[in-house]
Design a protein around this ligand. Structure first.
Ligand code: MG
Ligand code: NI
Length: 476
């Protein structure tokens, strides 16, 4: 076997800076894989010494892709330090912005990042296998994706004042009342968004029907799942308590106060990645692997409080499935969650308090620490701050969705590489399937590395001796 390193560069359909290495044994078979995060900005240290009330604005700059999620988790941690419950209109407005973010982020992931693989094929010409190719070949689908994403973005904009408003969400509430005209505008745009979400769900259902076997076995492995649920076990994204289930759907832990996450989770490190590897303490490392995000949320939830999304969940669970374990089902879970987000947006807009003017409480810091946890589009997002008596931040711990899923992405990449990568007749489509595992999880590498901007993910194929002979390059 000749030593071989294959680099695909750039592979830009995920956000951030990382690489995958595929290691071959002497016989040229895949022996190991690693998903490395190769850059780190040290955001937690950077926050030390700042006044806690500044944290939402500071942490919103962690990531240019998910500032809304950081704003919300951070503001919740700050509320906890104040020891206050925020006024109901503020609570509703935060969740409304959150649902806009859920819809736009999921629409981006499905239509822009993953639909090219599904509609054009994993083995299709990589020059066309992107959103530009999608627009050329399936203009109606691309247009619906763009419109759906735009709806979510506009919800954020109308609620927060502009697309990424750094001081909308603050300790104790929010800074802007929603106008009746803004509410009515959103309500009038909902039917089209709903139709586009329904269309996407049907589209994916059709795809799944024709690719059942590949899908069910795609990066399918045993793990636990974690997500927030309401007191009755319903799907939840903004408040709620943590629930864990195992790979068969048995509930392992329920109604755990998210502020107690350190009782359940610990973080391991590996020398080859800057991103830590959280795991379930009781099960040890790496056996305590768990997943978060859309698939995990649907797996842990008993039901969904809105009718269309709940019907979609029931259908998803038909055919004897209690939960789904193939990583592919992140895509379908994402679409069910878009349906939910739109229904929830309608409920929130129709709540009389949504235009209420009681949106902020002021108080002095009264607790030495605060934890804010939300279900960001990509999964559970934890902000934990420790402060001194004057409210100065002494220590910060952040765990982002991509961190929770770190072990799982590594496991999934290994499974798919072993199945598809044949080093002797290497084709780009094989490596694209490896990359597609990562896209199922829709990681935000910008969050995880705290690095600014988008950087490519590389895929390298390394033999037992580790010498580069070949280099494949993809240009988008
Ligand atoms: Mg951390
Ligand atoms: Ni991010």
């Amino acid at each position: 076997m000749n030593a071989k390193t294959i680099t695909i560069n750039p592979v830009t359909r995920i956000e951030g800076h990382a690489k995958i290495t595929i290691h071959l044994d002497e016989a040229g078979e895949v022996s190991d894989t690693r998903f490395h995060v190769v850059e780190f900005r040290g955001f937690e240290k950077f926050c030390e010494g700042r006044y806690f009330g500044e944290m939402p604005q500071i942490t919103a700059r962690i990531c240019g892709i998910c500032p809304v999620s950081h704003l919300l988790a951070s503001a919740k941690a700050c509320d906890a330090i104040l020891g206050v419950a925020i006024p109901r209109p503020a609570r509703l407005l935060r969740e409304l912005m959150h649902m806009g973010q859920l819809a736009q982020s999921h629409a981006l992931s499905f239509f822009h990042l993953s639909a090219p693989d599904l509609l054009l094929g994993y083995d299709s010409d990589p020059k066309l296998r992107n959103v530009i190719g999608l627009i050329a070949l399936h203009p109606d689908i691309a247009r619906r994706g763009i419109r759906l994403r735009k709806f979510g973005q506009e919800v954020i904009q109308r609620v927060a004042g502009r697309k990424i408003h750094p001081d909308f969400t603050v300790a104790g509430g929010v800074n802007k009342v929603l106008k009746i005209s803004e509410r009515d505008q959103m309500l009038s745009e909902l039917p089209e968004a709903r139709e586009n979400a329904r269309f996407a769900l049907e589209l994916l259902k059709g795809y799944q029907h024709h690719h059942r076997e590949e899908i069910d076995g795609f990066a399918d492995f045993d793990s636990s799942f974690m997500g927030l649920v309401q007191p009755d076990g319903s799907l939840e994204h903004y408040d709620g308590k943590l629930r864990f289930c195992d790979g068969f759907g048995n509930i392992l832990q329920d109604q755990l106060n998210p502020a107690s996450y350190l009782e359940i989770l610990a973080e391991a490190t590996e020398p080859w990645s800057y991103l830590k590897f959280p795991f379930i303490k009781a099960q040890g490392y790496p056996e305590g692997i768990y997943r978060v995000g859309p698939l995990a949320r649907l797996n842990v939830a008993s039901k969904i409080t809105t009718p269309r999304a709940n019907a979609a969940l029931k259908e998803w669970r038909a055919e004897g499935w209690r939960i789904r374990t193939s990583s592919f089902y992140y895509h379908s879970a994402r679409l069910v969650e878009i349906v939910y987000a739109l229904e929830r947006i309608e409920q929130l807009l129709n709540d009389p308090d949504i235009t209420g003017t009681d949106i902020l409480v002021t108080a002095e810091p009264s607790r030495p620490e605060g934890v804010g946890v939300i279900e960001a589009p990509r999964g559970t997002l934890i902000h934990h701050y420790w402060v001194d008596e004057s409210g100065r931040v002494e220590k910060v711990n952040l765990i982002v969705a991509t961190g929770h899923n770190n072990l799982a992405m590594n496991r999934g990449v290994l499974a798919v590489a072993k199945k598809y990568v044949k080093a002797r007749q290497l084709q780009e489509g094989m490596l694209n399937r490896v990359e597609a595992v990562i896209r199922c999880y829709d990681p935000c590498l910008s969050c995880s590395t705290h690095a600014v901007g988008q950087m490519p993910l590389q895929i390298e194929l390394i033999d037992a001796d580790g010498v580069t002979l070949e280099c494949l390059q993809r240009v988008e």
